[in-house]
Design a protein. Structure first.
Lengths: 490, 245
């Protein structure tokens, strides 16, 4: 069979009632979402039957919801045609990729240069053909560093690998925890993700181990092409500690418009997980054309007593952001934190916040959210503090600040607070402010340009969140905020 | 030196400054006194480059350069400093980092390299001591939660660090107690020398008793109605503005 015929056959497979469970060695599935596609993905990944069944059940659930796309968020976007998406595609052919940086959008290059990204990494981020291997070498300086890094982790019994690898090498752990924090039927997009997820990261930290380095997707060799339906699972066993970094400050080129990731964190007794994100997907152009739709479900559970989960996020990208990293405080004395900076410029919209579910006794949570709107950007903080009857003597503190730049943007705050016992304390503070002409004039009179002054004021506004990021990430995030605000004034 | 010639300025078609001519020679301290609403603050803002004013006529030359074409930060870089009547608050930015950013921006504009951080901090501490300011001033957020007097002291602190060649002091004495007024006046007097000039805007005699001005102008309805030396201050204090208006 020639390859042309193969493609034709695959294209027809969408209508093919009995599925295309053939032995054809194709590298992509046709557009559309149906059971056969899911079977195809699972087969491609050589998954065990329980996982396929789990996917199929999720898909059944999703089908029932399919027409009830959630509309409660303060977001406006065109309907997503789920049948017009490829759910499994091999990496783009090297021939279709840009050959060199000369063929890449100059705006992108300007951003890379301003962020001080080395040339080799720029090539990788821009998706230059054959750049992957080089970039990995560049990131690690040399292959030996990568090897050292892997061996140091495995010496301590830490598992850090792609989700697919974990399914094949550590199925018992994956099976035990998958879907326990974010059940597949949790919401529309978690259902979708559970049916079609492509790949992602898996981390397991054994008892009493402090992970000796920040784990980052950026440093995982096969991090490229994890695709639009990412699935991440992190388990910190008793009294262990891990800090995990997701994303990177450089704008990533991506062909996929819809992203729907699921991240699950499990902290056992006395364990601590710190999860930091910098999200800078393509935000669309100045007129609001294009850009990523980012619908993410992130949740952690403090399963054991005295455990802690801390989310820190800097969200500057995507045209639509729908994201509520949450913590279930089940273990007694457990702690949950959420630190967030979200920025919407031009036509970007973000509806983001957190849920803190207090179940155990003496649990505490802290929420610090800083929303920045500029241009025609719309920004909503949506949060739920839920203190159940069992959560005696629990505490929450929420600080929720909005900063407006210009006259055409919007900031909205939607806090929900449920307290079901009399022994708990909840405090909510909120402010809305504007960068005033007087502030800018004052800075300029001292010799600081308008653009630098805006960045300075915004950084001051975000300081409490940025200081929670790992050091080098914090510096990058600062530059990123500056870059994302370009053109917001004047 | 600063040279203003036939300057007329209006806001929303209302004339605030009316055919004003004024010189502030290098090495001199020039005081402007006048009743509320006479256009004194407008004058300082027009020199510093605040937006929202319409220049109908005239020119402002600083060291023979037409500064009306320059952005506020370019004027700052050329040595013009305005001590604000109402300094703004910026939360989240330490006073010292703000000041270092300002000084380095000016240095960059003038083709000089960045200040050495340690030397900068040493100097900060030295000047704080001189102005009787607690060192915690440096790490507090810029003017955030400062008392009125602290804000004014901070304006003089910035001035002594930035080392401008033209200092415009817009009612630096308002809201100060006697002790603070004395410290600030000493700071100003100490800084003043033959290479820089001062334009001091005030309602009251008090400040001028400490900072002896070389020239005094009485301002009303956007123009100078009387000029003289320090003696004029005493006459004004005795007779009030009514005598001149």
């Amino acid at each position: 069979m020639t390859s042309k015929e193969t493609i034709k056959l695959v294209e027809k497979a969408n209508d093919y009632k009995y599925g295309f469970t053939t032995n054809i060695e194709q590298e992509f599935a046709p557009k559309g979402l149906n059971e056969d596609i899911i079977r195809f993905i699972s087969r491609k990944k050589k998954e065990p039957k329980w996982l396929l069944d789990w996917r199929l059940k999720s898909f059944e659930d999703w089908k029932r919801k399919a027409d009830n796309h959630p509309t409660w968020a303060n977001l406006k976007y065109e309907n997503i045609d789920f049948q017009d998406i490829h759910y499994f595609a091999a990496p783009k052919s090297e021939n279709d990729k840009p050959k060199s940086l000369d063929e890449v959008d100059p705006e992108l290059l300007r951003a890379y240069n301003k962020l001080g990204i080395p040339l080799k990494e720029q090539e990788f981020l821009a998706g230059i053909s054959n750049s992957h291997k080089v970039a990995v070498d560049a990131v690690f300086d040399s292959v030996s560093v990568a090897t050292t890094f892997k061996s140091e982790l495995s010496k301590k019994g830490i598992i850090f690998c792609s989700f697919s690898e974990a399914v094949s090498d550590h199925p018992e752990i994956v099976r035990k925890y998958l879907g326990t924090v974010v059940p597949s039927g949790d919401n529309y997009f978690s259902n979708l993700n559970s049916a079609v997820f492509s790949d992602g990261s898996f981390v397991y930290i054994p008892p009493n181990v402090t992970c000796p380095m920040e784990l980052s997707t950026y440093f995982r060799i096969n991090a490229a092409n994890t695709g639009q339906f990412e699935r991440t699972l992190i388990i910190a066993d008793k009294n262990s500690y891990v800090s995990y970094l997701e994303g990177c400050t450089a704008p990533m080129r991506d062909e996929n418009q819809l992203h729907a990731a699921v991240v699950e964190l499990v902290a056992l007794e006395g364990a601590e997980i710190k999860y930091s994100t910098v999200q800078n997907w393509y935000p669309g152009d100045k007129n609001g054309k294009g850009g990523i739709y980012n619908f993410v479900t992130k949740r952690g559970i403090c399963l054991g007593a005295n455990s802690k989960i801390s989310w820190t996020q800097v969200e500057t990208g995507s045209s639509v952001t729908w994201k509520y990293p949450s913590v279930i405080l089940k273990g007694d004395n457990s702690k949950g934190e959420f630190y967030s900076v979200a920025l919407s410029n031009n036509y970007q919209q973000a509806d983001t916040g957190t849920k803190m579910m207090h179940i155990g006794k003496n649990t505490s949570s802290r929420v610090v959210s800083k929303g920045i709107s500029a241009g025609k950007g719309q920004q909503t903080y949506r949060g739920l503090i839920n203190i159940l009857p069992s959560a005696y003597n629990s505490k929450n503190f929420t600080q929720c600040d909005s900063l407006l730049i210009g006259n055409n943007c919007g900031a909205h705050t939607v806090p929900y607070i449920n307290v079901k016992n009399r022994q708990s304390d909840v405090a909510h503070e909120a402010t809305t402010s504007k960068i005033s002409d007087d502030q800018l004039y004052y800075c300029r009179q001292r010799g600081i340009s308008e653009e630098d002054a805006t960045a300075l004021i915004v950084n001051g506004f975000c300081r409490e969140v940025l200081k929670n990021l790992p050091m080098e990430f914090a510096v990058e995030a600062k530059n990123l905020l500056e870059l994302s605000l370009e053109g917001a004034v004047g | 030196m600063l040279k203003i010639t036939n300057l007329s300025v209006s806001v929303d078609k209302k004339k605030i400054i009316n055919n004003l001519s004024l010189e502030v020679p290098t090495g001199k301290k020039v005081a402007i006194m006048g009743p509320n609403g006479s256009g004194k603050s407008t004058l300082s803002n027009v020199i510093a480059g605040k937006g929202g004013y319409e220049i109908n006529e005239g020119e402002i030359l600083y060291n023979n350069n037409d500064i009306l074409k320059l952005e506020p930060e370019e004027r700052a870089a050329s040595g013009i400093y305005l001590a604000f009547q109402y300094p703004v608050e910026i939360p989240g930015i330490a006073n010292s980092s703000f000041l270092r950013t300002a000084i380095n921006s000016i240095r960059k504009y003038n083709g000089k390299k960045e200040l050495d951080t340690r030397a900068f901090l040493e100097e900060c501490k030295e000047i704080c001591e001189k102005l009787n300011i607690d060192k915690s001033f440096l790490s507090r957020d810029l003017n955030f939660g400062f008392s009125g007097g602290e804000k004014k002291k901070n304006e003089i602190f910035h001035m002594l660090m930035i080392k401008p060649t033209l200092c415009i002091l817009d009612e630096i004495d308002s809201g100060l107690d006697i002790d603070a007024l004395k410290v600030i006046s000493e700071g100003i007097t100490h800084y003043s020398n033959k290479d820089n000039s001062m334009l001091i805007i005030t309602h009251y005699q008090r400040l001028l008793d400490y900072v002896k001005p070389d020239q005094v102008h009485i301002f009303n309805e956007g123009k100078i109605i009387e000029s003289g030396n320090y003696e004029l201050v005493k006459i004004l204090e005795a007779k009030g503005y009514k005598e001149f208006v």
